[in-house]
Design a binder for this molecule. Structure first.
Ligand SMILES: [Zn+2]
Length: 64
């Protein structure tokens, strides 16, 4: 976890950690369950096993 220093407020730090954790979290393919589910480009996730693609924004919301 990166050290953000004391100059950042608690609110900003919380917001940053939320994004950080979201990006780090392992994803499982909703179709086949494979964890080889990666972000293809910003906003699009793809399963390397079955080729399933999903819009990341919507998927992110489901995960929270
Ligand atoms: Zn899959």
């Amino acid at each position: 976890m990166p050290n953000l220093g004391v100059k950042y407020g608690l609110t900003l730090r919380r917001r940053y950690l939320s994004v950080w954790n979201r990006l780090k979290k392992k994803r499982a393919c909703p179709k086949c369950g494979s964890t080889h589910f990666r972000r293809l480009v910003i906003g699009v996730w793809e399963c390397e096993k079955c080729g399933y693609k999903v819009a990341g924004d919507a998927y992110d919301l489901v995960q929270e």
